[in-house]
Design a protein around this ligand. Sequence first.
Ligand code: GLC
Length: 733
Amino acid sequence: MTKAMEILNSLTLEEKASLTSGKDCWRTVDIDGKLASIMMSDGPHGLRKEENGGAVPATCFPSSATIANSWDEDLIYKIGEALGEECLANDVQVILGPGVNIKRSPLCGRNFEYFSEDPLLATKMASGHIRGVQSKGVGACIKHFAANNQETDRFSVNAIIDERTLREIYLSSFEEAVKEAKPWMIMSAYNKLNGDYCSENKYLLTDVLRDDWGYEGVVVSDWGAANEPVDGVKAGLDIRMPGPVPSANAAIVEAVKFGELSMEELNKNVLRIIELVEKGIASKVADYEADMTAHNELAVKAAEESAVLLKNNNNVLPLDKSDKIALIGAFAEQVRYQGGGSSCVNATEVSNLLQALDDKNITYTYAKGFKTEDDLIDDNLVSEAVTAAEKSDIIVMCMGLPFRMESEGFDRWTMSLPINQIELFNKLSELGKPMVVVLFQGSPVEMEWSKNADSILAMYTGGQAVAKACVNLLFGGANPCGKLSETWGLKLENNPTALSFPEKGTASYVEGVYVGYRYYDKKKLDVMYPFGYGLSYTTFEYSDLKISATDISECDTLEVSFKVKNTGDIAGKEIAELYVEPTYPSVSRPVRELKGFKKISLEPGEEKTVTMTLDKRGFAYYDVETHDWQVDTTVYKIHVGASSRNLPLVGSIKVNSSRTNKAFFTTDSRVYELNANPVSKETLNKLLTEDLKLDISALSIDLPLSKLVGFSGGKLSVDMLDRFVSELNERIK
Ligand code: GLC
């Protein structure tokens, strides 16, 4: 018997029930002499351990939206390690992150805290984060499970999502991370999913999470997201936070006493809680000291690797220290490095661009240009900025989304930057000087104003060291290599959710699987910057695509290799992307979907061979008839390249599905189902034309068999059809 089982057996019913809600805002209940308490704290990109009305100092790393642009699982693993170390140093046993909700609309206020519009990229980055944190004996808590894709009405909105969309998009961003990285905890979301609150949703917390994905950890509610206690226990919710909630504990005790809830059901949840606590306690390290200097250096590197060079006409970047620079924009001084809400970190050190430039003895003239507190144009600030720019050779304008425009708790109301920034940009661009724009934002903005910018560098919400990283990148100390983890549409109106997002009460995900690039590609819509896009100070060339077979079964794995060459004169990193396109799908599917990616470093002139492997899920869609992943027998194109819309290499592969051919059809009330084995067209034709002597030339293969009676000119009766199906099943067993 395990120690956890012994502890479980020592507990009274009341003690067991008490464990199903928190002790206070951040800790689990301790039971004298039997079970200690562990502490959990936010947040995804830095420890936010509340103390004395504030939060302990901690390293503020780039937010998830930012680090996702690095497409670098090793890098985020390292950040996870650092988060784990800072948890050990602050006696915290679980850190509440990563957030992996899909970016359904660019307006979601918490998009800065989420990875991507694509579930594969999101789940891979989440996996690296979780593995890194847990390598230190600290737990991670993937969140918010599931479909928490808006802040408006988040405590009660009912997300209505069809099963296929749910599986392929909104659960997929959790799936591999849960299966592979095994987070100690999963946080159930505030919202409802298809009618049931996530914290009491058996389909989510048991059918999918435990029965399908085999998850053995603890489900914790989001803070205040739990509702009816007994329903929660039955559905698979283990701990409701925050605590204590005596009324909920009492309801559970009553339910067991009156037989509404069995002790076995309660024991399952309580055992998981005990195992979690035991794990947390066992990993404690007394007097642990984290290397905060090293963590800050890691934060610099992470911000450098996550920045995305969106434009660099005439190679205006990198700058030279001797350039006469006008540094314009309040974000140079009030640098924007994180979003608002529970993820907010009390950063150990935050430098701004002025300090970062001073540290490198780079001269510049600074002018604020605009205020961030509101959108009002300040003529004095504008004229100061124009004057500074007139005396310079090159303008570096720092723009972005003010802190007040992106946060947990509300959604953005626009995709535009504040008018006081755009107006200033227009004024400065009239001077006809080289213009570099640096963006500090947690999600995409409309860029129709930017055509006069020579270079654009998106730093996103790059964490406490974003300014240092930005200066390194601007002056060539580092070479930008980030690629967008989300599409930047030309305008909000082009987004499939634009007419309705955010809905109150019920949010109908009518766009289905067509989220982000899946939508824009399907509709063949132009975009400002595509998913997976990003430039470098060097150039890369793709060649020599090789595919390990021309014809495989769905159970086989396929190896894809290709070469990437650095054709420029400085070292750089390239993120190579692989997309799969079904040529003749049996259901409506995105044109192509990301199914692999790899980041490689290349010296000038260096060429490397990259290899990726595809398995069944590389070709599959989620089939709602069989409630499982299925592969169509058809040819698939394999695209490889630098972004979702720059795919110079293409190959093809025929995949033969072992899919059960189920021809369901009804005659009267009877349902005929062909046997489990695939029915070849030849077999079917022989039986119909030779044995039953039916002229089926005019019939299309997907005709339900029951229709044959009507097409047979009286030759085929329902009884004959009965015999025919029985005979068919006999022959193809
Ligand atoms: C918040 C957030 C969640 C956070 C929790 C604790 O409401 O939704 O992400 O971890 O509560 O602060």
